[in-house]
Each structure stands twice: as structure tokens, then as C-alpha cells.
Design a protein around this ligand. Sequence first.
Ligand code: 16G
Length: 240
Amino acid sequence: MIDKNSPLPIYFQIEEQIKKQIENGEFQAHSALPSEREYAEQFEISRMTVRQAINNLVNDGYLYRQKGRGTFVADKKLEQQLNGLTSFTEDMKARGLNPSSRLLSFEIIPANKKIANELNISLYAPVYEIKRIRLADDVPMALETVYMSANLIKGLTEEIINLSLYQYVENYVKLKIDYATQTLESSIASDLEIAHLAIPKHSPILFIQRNTYLIDGTPLEFVKSAYRADRYKFTITITR
Ligand code: 16G
């Protein structure tokens, strides 16, 4: 399975083979990977080469290491299309996963300069600040902070937030959500994110900001989210 005459480097060939074995289910999530020594003996290559392949797969999130125990197969990342304006609830349901939220805080606060600007409301106008952990099949995926004008969306309750914000806005307040602008940046998890997302210290996260607008151009929400980089990848279709 390793072709020593191929122009492809051997570590790359090993990487591709392990990826294939993960994708076709031969290697199940959380099962132990054969040791470096076993790979080295099987393919008659140096342990250094095996280590390079395994390091790359750890860095790419296919494998994870546990001190003193070895290397294991990671959970597959959730692939999220960035082509449509969907809610967390819709995204998870579309995958057959059960969405849920853990509410960290829910307050009405006066808008500071930044929030007033993002929501196009006056300084100190009342806004909801909603901090939630979003979970898929009870696994924490993201920590989300939503800001929404309390004058625009009336009657928000904890029960509603624990279900779906978009559903409430569309089906009960009867406002039409139209489009959003979104930015994605890489970052390192804060202490709060480490604690709530159950990830190791210094973990990378995907930091997303979304500004969502109604059909008449009114800003509906300003959202800051930290997604687990080990569980998420985003794809987008581009045309020309
Ligand atoms: C997604 C959106 C967030 C929105 C939420 C509504 C991103 C980055 N964020 O998490 O802006 O508030 O969905 O979800 O995609 P809900 O309807 O399930 O409450």
C-alpha cells in the first residue's frame, strides 16, 4: 500500500491511507491507532517518517494523542455549508443530530457604542444579551453571544431561547429574515470557552461574527460565536 517509487512522499502516502481508513469506518472514532513501531515495521520505513504522518493528522484534527496512552482516532468534523442562512437548530436537524442549548446568561443591557452601531439603534437602547452553549447530541459545539434589540423583538423568554431564536422571529414575531454578513477568523480559546466547550487549554477555535438583517434592511442580530475547531469545518461553493 506504500509505493516507495512514487514521487509522493512516504509520510503523505501514510496520511492518505489512514484518512481513508477513518473515512470508510475501518478505524472507528476513539479507537487506538497502531503504534509508530508497528507502522515502521509493516512498511519498512523509519519511525521518524511515521511520526511525521501522525503529527500532520493530529494537527489536522483526524487523530488526537493522550499522554502515556497513545494516539486515537478523533470524531469526524461536522461539515457546515456556508451557502445558506440557517440557524443552529436547522443545521443540526438537517444532519439528524439533536440540537440543544445551555443558557449561560440572558439579560437586557443598554447598548454600548459597538452594539448600537452594529444594530443601528441609539446608544443605551435596550438590547438582549444572550450567551448560550450550542450542543449537538449533547456535545458542546459552540459558545454563542447574541445581541438583539429588545424594542424590535419583544417578549423573548428563556423557554424560547432554549428552543430556536430564528423560529420565534419568523413564526411568532412574523419578521422575515433575509441575509447576513459573516466573518470567520481563527483564534485561541479563552478560559470561558475552554471551560464550557470542554476543550484543552490553548485549543484553536473558529471565531465567527454574523450580522443578520430583515427583508427591509433592519439589523436583527449581531452574533459572536466560538466554534470548536476540532469538530467543525466550513465549506463554501464558489463559481466563476
Ligand atoms: C446560528 C447563527 C446565529 C443565530 C442562531 C439561531 C452562526 C455563526 N450563528 O447559530 O447567528 O442566532 O443560529 O439559532 O451560524 P436558533 O434558531 O437555533 O436559536
